[in-house]
Ligand binder design. Structure first.
Ligand code: KIV
Length: 296
């Protein structure tokens, strides 16, 4: 029996209601997926929330169980999962496959997928075609794209068509070659005004949230206060409505140096490496498999 065959009295009360009354976003919405309305309600009541990237069903399931309300299938998959140097080579086929896995691995989180470089800049029509693919084939609840004023017309068309859009301003990694690296954005009067215009433009265009990446903390806090939609900071200080980290950075899986704004909450690379070394040593010594791991 599906929900439409239930009487109003039998239907689950929370199917459409936002998690605004007496509930929290973190771990609070348990019998349905988090929606963009829940995020809007969280901004109104001043509740901060966390977003993590995810690129596969297994890891996404762990974060879903932990109560992380929004999971981003970032095109950071390029450098954090697929072995590229930047996000630039990531394709729609790859994003669709990874996003579908994250949706399959979760029950509760709102899954947002990045539109990769080259999949939306050509025209709003191209953006809609690819956003629709991520929603229809992978089942994501929203898409994210980079750019402020330059992407406003595209955001407008997607939103009009029923696609929830998370915008991304400040440092936009898909422009790494044009920017000559990953410099902090919004420093100085001109750059600060540009960032504020970008943030206003995406809100005006209908984005439900905006990522602020690598922006001075004071400027990000000011932008957050001036917007009605939630800001999601990464390297943007504590004054944002939400914070996002790339999961491999957050959990200590990343090899080598991590950016200044990353806090590592675990040393998964060390733990996994130790487990692999111990397994190999026991195989070499004949200690594995023991009798309890063998069939009679
Ligand atoms: O691709 C990504 O992971 C992102 C986040 C860093 C915001 O865009």
């Amino acid at each position: 029996m599906n929900a439409s065959s239930l009487s109003a009295a039998q239907a689950p009360a929370t199917t459409t209601a936002p998690a605004s009354q007496g509930s929290t976003l973190y771990g609070g919405v348990t019998n349905r997926r988090v929606t963009v309305r829940d995020l809007a309600a969280a901004k109104q009541r001043g509740e901060r929330w966390a977003m993590l990237t995810a690129y596969d069903a297994l890891t996404a399931g762990v974060f879903d169980e932990a109560g992380i309300p929004v999971l981003l299938v970032g095109d950071s998959a390029g450098n954090c999962h697929l072995g590229y140097e930047t996000t630039v080579p990531v394709t729609m086929d790859q994003m669709t496959m990874l996003s579908a896995a994250v949706v399959r691995g979760t029950e509760r989180a709102l899954v947002v997928a990045d539109l990769p470089f080259g999949s939306y800049q050509e025209s709003p029509a191209q953006a809609l075609r690819n956003a629709a693919r991520l929603m229809k084939e992978a089942g994501v609840g929203a898409v994210k794209l980079e750019g402020g004023e330059r992407s406003a017309r595209t955001i407008e068309l997607l939103v009009e068509a029923g696609v929830p859009v998370m915008a991304h301003v400040g440092l936009t990694p898909q422009s790494v070659h044009a920017l000559g690296g990953y410099p902090v954005q919004g420093r100085g009067d001109e750059a600060s005004h540009k960032l504020q215009r970008d943030a206003k433009a995406v809100q005006q265009a209908g984005a439900f949230a905006v990522v602020l990446e690598a922006v001075p903390a004071e400027l990000a806090a000011h932008v957050t206060e001036s917007l009605t939609i939630p800001t999601v900071g990464i390297g943007a200080g504590v004054g944002c409505d939400a914070q996002v980290l790339v999961w491999t950075d957050m959990a200590g899986m990343t090899a080598g140096r991590v950016p200044k704004f990353v806090k590592q909450y675990a040393n998964l690379r060390g733990v996994l490496g130790d487990a692999a070394r111990e397994f190999a040593a026991e195989v070499r010594d004949g200690a594995f498999p023991a009798a309890e791991h063998s069939f009679t």
